[in-house]
Design a binder for this molecule. Structure first.
Ligand code: TRP
Ligand code: ZN
Length: 464
């Protein structure tokens, strides 16, 4: 799904010079892929000219010394004739790069790792890139001040990637528009656990180190990949229709987390009833120490939730993201409200169905309340990258859904939210896809005022 751009990255320009002195077996027929995909909020994120099918990551991590040694084998398809292409990688040292088994030239500039394969790649060709790298992975600070990337913890580490942190622990096409399947094998000192996305395919110990091989069979955006290393209690149970539940709880938080964890299966069951079939082959949670991460994140299959935020509402929210965000993923960071508006609305619906106030009442409380921050900008147009996770995206985003429900009634509303998840399963979407979908599913209704006032309009709409 990645779009190519015509920017020539400086490093690729260098390679163009180098070409005059480099023997190039296949001849030159390609041009460099873009260094970004023109995301309106994170322009350097992602790369043009190829589309990744699969990441095979072998990560070796030693908490003492915070040392990571990694091999990333990236299988991708060229979407244009390519003389060079970029990967996103922040920090770390690149030790070698090969493309199709042949040594490739590479150069680095900021978060761009430019690779110049020995032979040009042809449009449509599937090619394999192997990057060997090492070092101490960085913690990155987002435009909004929050920490992501690699977070060292008391006894291990935690990889988090929204919006751009995954580039701190593996090279890739780090934009939500390019999804891929994953094999993530993490090797850690014996006695520690390493938890990631998908299902555990294999575990083995030798020479005092244990390897955990996690397989993610359904497409995943890079920002949803995670690795948690530490002393975790891992439980494997079954949920609705036998769905595997793999939960990992920081050993020190096991007691405190038990009660909420026991609700996970029923929450997934309730969400399937409301949103349609669960999209992935396993579910669960990773409950971390309080200070390991300052926030929860909907990492695919099993959201990361700090123990002090591990409550029913947060679990409902992060699991709802498995449908809205993880399976149906925004094409750019502009459309965050398609994640957060839905996950917030899931909390409102859950409350309504479990003896709390109705979603309409929650909507009216917000409309009449004094939280002016909600009206700072319209959900479909965040004011800047520093504000993509503010309340207009979460709360006013959820209010847009309540406005649709007001207009069409419950039957059509549920058909819309379930149909949206089913139609775009494993895909990428933008706001225009959503408004078109709603109009198609409810042809007798006029949504133009809702879109104009609630989705795109500045300030507080005149009527609730
Ligand atoms: N997506 C997370 C949630 O709703 C919140 C979050 C964490 C976030 N990090 C972020 C949102 C970075 C935007 C950008 O549970
Ligand atoms: Zn969320």
């Amino acid at each position: 799904m990645s779009r190519s751009v015509r920017l020539v990255p400086p490093a690729a320009a260098l390679f163009a010079l180098a070409l005059t002195t480099t023997a190039c077996g296949g001849g030159v027929h390609g041009t460099p892929g873009g260094s970004g995909v023109r995301d309106p909020y994170f322009p350097k994120a992602g790369n043009g000219g190829y589309d990744v099918d699969h990441y095979d990551l072998a990560l070796d991590y030693t908490p003492a010394g915070r040392r990571l040694t990694g091999t990333a084998v990236i299988t991708a398809r060229a979407t244009q004739d390519l003389s060079a292409f970029n990967l996103d990688l922040a920090g770390l040292q690149v030790d070698s790069v090969t493309v199709e088994g042949r040594k490739a030239l590479f150069a680095r500039a900021g978060q761009e790792l430019t690779v110049r394969p020995h032979d040009d790649l042809s449009k449509g060709e599937t090619f394999r890139t192997t990057v060997r790298y090492s070092g101490t992975p960085r913690t990155l600070t987002d435009p909004d001040g929050s920490k992501e990337g690699w977070l060292p913890t008391a006894d291990g580490g935690l990889g988090l990637g929204e919006p751009v942190g995954s580039m701190a622990w593996f090279p890739g096409n780090h934009h939500p528009s390019d999804k891929a399947t994953y094999d993530i094998t993490v090797t850690v000192p014996k006695g520690l656990q390493a938890v990631s996305n998908g299902e555990l395919a294999d575990q083995s110990t030798k020479g005092g180190r244990t390897s955990f091989h996690w397989h993610t069979a359904q497409p995943m955006a890079g920002y949803l990949a995670t690795v948690a290393v530490g002393h975790y209690d891992i439980t494997r149970t079954r949920g609705p229709h036998g769905l595997p539940i793999i939960a990992a709880v920081d050993h020190a938080e096991a007691k405190e987390s038990k009660e909420v964890l026991a609700k996970l299966s029923d929450i997934v069951d309730w969400e399937e009833y409301n949103f349609g079939p669960y999209p992935f082959s396993s579910t669960g949670a990773i409950v971390t120490g309080d200070s390991d991460a300052g926030y929860a994140l909907e990492t695919q299959n099993r959201p990361v939730i700090p123990a002090d935020q591990f409550n029913t509402e947060t679990l409902v929210h992060e699991l709802a993201h498995q449908w809205y965000g993880d399976s149906v993923t925004p094409s750019s960071w502009q459309d965050m409200w398609l994640n957060e508006g839905f996950a917030t609305y899931a909390e409102w619906l859950y409350g309504e169905d479990h003896g709390g106030e109705s979603a309409q009442q929650t909507f009216m409380d917000l409309y009449n309340g004094d939280n002016e921050a909600i009206w700072a900008y319209p959900p479909a147009k965040p004011s800047s990258a520093a504000h993509i996770s503010d309340s207009p995206v979460y709360l006013r985003g959820a209010m847009v859904l309540q406005k649709i429900r007001q207009k069409v009634g419950d039957d059509t509303f549920y058909a819309i939210i379930q149909g949206w998840a089913a139609t775009h399963r494993y895909g990428n979407v933008d706001t225009a896809d959503f408004t078109a979908y709603v109009e198609k599913k409810a042809p007798g209704h006029d949504f133009s005022e809702i879109w104009k006032d609630w989705l795109y309009g500045d300030g507080k709409p005149a009527h609730p």
